[in-house]
Each structure stands twice: as C-alpha cells, then as structure tokens.
Design a protein around this ligand. Structure first.
Ligand SMILES: Cc1cc2nc3c(=O)[nH]c(=O)nc-3n(C[C@H](O)[C@H](O)[C@H](O)COP(=O)(O)OP(=O)(O)OC[C@H]3O[C@@H](n4cnc5c(N)ncnc54)[C@H](O)[C@@H]3O)c2cc1C
Length: 479
C-alpha cells in the first residue's frame, strides 16, 4: 500500500476528511486535479452544526479570526426567518466557501499535509485488499480505502458505475457576485408581486475593502439554458424587477446559471470506496446546504475509516456511514425541492402557488414552525438511528456542550476520540477496557452520564447496564 486512505478532491468535503484522518492518526493522501485552489465563490454560509463540529476540533476560533463574518439571515424559500436566535451556541454565519477551503488547506499544510495538486484521477480498480487509482499523468497509487470527494460530476462515481438516481435540472437561476449600491436595508430576500425574486447575502469584501454580495435572481422568463452567458443588462433588469430604483448594480464580478437538478447516490459505500459530499448528492444550492452536508459527511466517515485502519472497527461500523448519512442528504433534497417550488423556480406558473406561498409565510410566523425549520437548516436536528436506544432523548443527537469544571465537553473532542462523561465516577473500570479509544471525563460535574462518539454524537445515555454493549458496538472489542 502507498497509503491507507486516498481522498480524491480537495473541496470542503475532502479537506475536512483529510483533517479527520490526520486526527485519527491515519496516513492519507489528498489529491486534486486543479493546479491551484479555485477562487470561485460558491456556498456562502456555515450552519450551527458545522461550526460546532469545527469548535470540537479547535478550528472555529482561528477560522473566525481570519475576517469579519456576520450572523447571516437564514431563509426558507426566500422568506427571511428569525432562525437560530439563541437556540444554538453558534448562529448561522456568512463565511464564503473560498475562505473555508483556504483556511482548511493552510491548516493542513501547517500539520505537514499538502494537497497533491495537478493530480487528476482517471482510473480505478479494487480487490479484496485495496484500491488502485491511476492518474492522468500515468501515476498509480494503491490504498486500502478511497473516498470520492470529487464533486457533483464525480469521476469516481462514474468509474464505479454507481447508481445516481434523481432528476435532471428543469430550470436555471442566476447566481452572481456583485457590488451593489442604494438601499442596503432592501437587500435581502425579496420578491415582486409578479413573481420575480432576488436573494442577497454578504460575501466579505474586495481587496479595496468594499462589500461584496452574492445575488441570486429568478422568476418568470429568467430560466435560460445553462450555457447562455449571464449579461450585465440581465442582472440590472433582474434587480430592477424586484427593487425598482432602490438598489443599483455597481459591479458585476462573476455570474453563472445554476440548475435545480436533484440526485443522490443509491449507495454511499462500494466495497472499499466511499462517496461523500457533492459526489454523493447534488441539488439546487439554497442555503449552503451542499457544503455543510459534505463537511458533515466527512466528519461522520473520518473516525470510522480511522477505526477500520487501526483494526478495531466492529464489522458494521463502516456501513453505518451510509445508514446515517444517506437519510440526511435525502431530507436536504426534499427541503430544497419544496423551497424551489415555493420560490416558483420550477416556473410552474400555477396560479394557486401564490396562495400556497402566502399560507406558508403565515405559518412561518409561528414559533413552533420556525423552530422546526431551524432544526432542519442548522443541522442541529440531525438524529442518527441508534439501535435499541429509541425513545431516549439524547441518544443519536449532537452532544450538548457541557461545562465540566474548567473545561467544556466539546474541547475534549479535540483528540478525535470517544468521550465518556462519568459524573459519579462509577465507570472507571469499564472505560479502562477501551483506553486507546475513549477518554473518561466529568467526574463530579453536574451532568448526565453519556458516551459521545468522536464526531460529537451521543451514542449512549441510558441504563448503566447498556454502557458496555454500547462501547463494544461503537468502539469494537475491548483491548
Ligand atoms: C460553481 C459553483 C457554485 C456554487 N454555488 C453555491 C451556492 O451559491 N450556494 C450553495 O449552497 N452551494 C453552492 N455550490 C455548491 C457547493 O459549493 C458544494 O455543495 C460544495 O462545494 C461541495 O463540496 P465538495 O467538497 O463535496 O465538492 P467540490 O467543492 O465540488 O470539490 C470537488 C473537488 O474535486 C476535484 N476533482 C474533481 N474531479 C477530480 C478528479 N477526477 N481527480 C482529482 N480531483 C478531482 C475538483 O477540482 C474539486 O476541487 C456551488 C458549487 C459550484 C461548483
């Protein structure tokens, strides 16, 4: 073997995975076909759960210190909602994808892990022991596992012949990076009576310190074929249709058309090859859910691959990557399709759609509805199925951040190991049987006992008799 894990693609998914593997002490190689990092602005927001996960790795503070990233205004179907207000430790934040990729790549480089650029994977075979990847320059690399984080048009997925069911795009919308002038208050999610809409969110500043914004435009007659270049006149007209003369275009820096194609891989695992991020799921980019879902795929998979490489993974562990993450992206595809329809991006032109949208807007004023949408869009409502733990309130959910004397429980996850919170100090003996995989903490703290997986999800918080089976289920046979 040349390496244990080959990660193909250095977007947010591949970079996060490389860091998780580093933390797990697993030799990995990260390749990307691009000679340099892309400077295209892509997704623009980071969910509460992704920030929490970065915090659990000690990455959030240094990431936020790289610039000014305002709390964003989350929206659902273009309706601005007061989401995440105080419900989670981290509010929705506008951090451009290009910043996140740059931060992660530099962080990895500081740990001695460099992206091998100009490395385009072109071929792939696997056998019982490993995977052989070939590259455009004729190079060959043999690894025990391979992760496809190579984006929506994944070469690995095609080479596997993996099923990717769903539907092609039926409509396009315009996404542009712009500088705008005029009434800044008006710059949010807005629509005109005749169905034209605009969504605006901050994208940081240009080198001269002037605010940049991501502008999305849609509505009747705006769905042109993807190949048709977006013109400045078209963007001006789109702004005028929604804001009248209140907002003006000062500079169009970059624009493209995006589609509402929606597809998801039927299986995330193909023997020793795993699909993650956009390689596993594509949809209309609303609310940066693609990037956040990809990052969280990587967090789910990283420690499990680590366990397999170190030889302690129970037989079922790698399969839980599919069973846990496939339903998450399936739910994202559903919410995006609902949003797309409510925004009339399907261009149905159905006369009753406005009535449905008005009713939805009324419902969205209810606190309970906002909380439901918030759980969905923040990633904090994700609950993984844990066999035998049905009905237990904490199990399967992201772990609460507990103050355990001078330290927070999230900080304990920085080692990338399991954490057993043991306030009464009664589990020392049992925990001592997994000393290389689980840390015990929280003795004397005012907290409930619980077992937290390396990716920050609670996997036991029930009866003491169930702890040992839970340790065996997630962390393998005791040493
Ligand atoms: C142009 C663009 C604009 C977007 N805009 C938005 C937006 O406004 N809002 C939103 O929510 N989401 C947006 N998205 C989606 C969001 O950016 C993705 O969900 C996110 O990038 C997924 O991350 P990823 O790491 O899985 O894949 P990607 O970011 O696509 O990264 C894949 C990487 O794999 C590399 N690669 C591909 N093939 C190979 C190969 N054969 N060998 C080696 N390397 C390979 C690529 O060079 C790339 O660096 C946009 C995506 C794109 C491409």
């Amino acid at each position: 073997m040349d390496t244990d894990v080959l990660v193909v693609g250095a977007g947010p998914t591949g970079l996060t995975l490389a860091n998780e593997l580093r933390l797990a002490g697993v030799p990995a190689v990260l390749v990307d076909k691009l000679p340099q990092r892309s400077t295209l602005s892509k997704a623009g927001g980071v969910q509460s759960r992704t920030q929490e996960a970065f915090d659990q790795r000690g990455l959030l503070e240094p990431l936020l210190a790289t610039g000014k990233y305002p709390d964003g205004t989350a929206h659902f179907a273009g309706l601005t909602l007061p989401l995440t207000r105080g419900r989670h430790r981290h509010p929705w934040r506008s951090i451009p994808q290009v910043v996140i990729e740059g931060f992660l790549e530099e962080y990895l480089a500081a740990q001695g892990i460099r992206v091998r650029r100009d490395h385009e994977l072109t071929g792939l075979t696997q056998d019982g022991n490993g995977v052989t990847a070939t590259f455009a320059d004729g190079g060959v690399l043999r690894s025990r596992y391979l992760v496809a984080a190579d984006g929506g048009r994944s070469t690995v997925r095609s080479l596997l012949g993996a099923e990717f069911p769903g539907r092609p795009g039926t409509v396009t919308t315009v996404a542009a990076d712009v500088r705008l002038g005029g009434d800044v208050q008006a710059m949010t999610h807005a629509r005109s009576d005749d169905g034209h809409w605009a969504a605006v969110f901050p994208l940081g500043t240009d080198p001269e310190g002037r605010p940049l914004r991501r502008l999305s435009l849609g509505g009747p007659g705006r769905s042109l074929p993807r190949e048709v270049p977006v013109t400045e006149a078209e963007v001006r007209e789109g702004l005028r249709a929604v804001f009248g003369s209140r907002v003006e275009l000062l500079e169009l820096r970059y624009a493209r058309r995006i589609t509402n194609a929606a597809r998801q891989a039927a299986r995330y695992r193909h023997g020793r090859v795993f699909l993650a991020g956009d390689a596993a799921h594509v949809h209309l980019p609303i609310g940066a859910q693609g990037m956040n879902t990809g990052i969280q795929d990587a967090l789910n998979l990283g420690w499990k691959l680590g366990a397999a490489v170190h030889g302690w993974a129970p037989a079922h562990l790698l399969d839980t990557y599919h069973t846990e993450r496939h339903p998450v992206a399936a739910a994202v595809l559903r919410n995006v399709q609902a949003q797309s329809l409510l925004m009339d991006q399907e261009s149905t032109g159905h006369p009753d759609l406005a009535a449905a949208r008005d009713l939805f807007a009324d419902l969205a004023r209810l606190r309970a509805v906002q909380d439901h949408l918030d759980d969905m869009l923040s990633g904090m409502g994700i609950r993984y199925p844990v066999p035998g733990a049905e009905g237990q309130p904490l199990v399967g959910l992201p772990a609460p951040d507990l103050q355990l004397g001078p330290i927070r429980s999230h900080e304990l996850l920085r080692r990338g190991r399991g954490v057993l919170i043991d306030p009464a100090g009664r589990f020392a003996e049992v925990a001592a049987r997994w000393p290389d995989r689980v840390d015990r903490a929280g003795q004397g703290a005012d907290a409930e006992p619980m077992l937290i997986r390396p990716d920050g999800y609670v996997c036991w918080a029930g009866h003491p008799d169930d702890l040992e089976p839970a340790l065996g289920h997630w962390f393998g046979a005791p040493r």
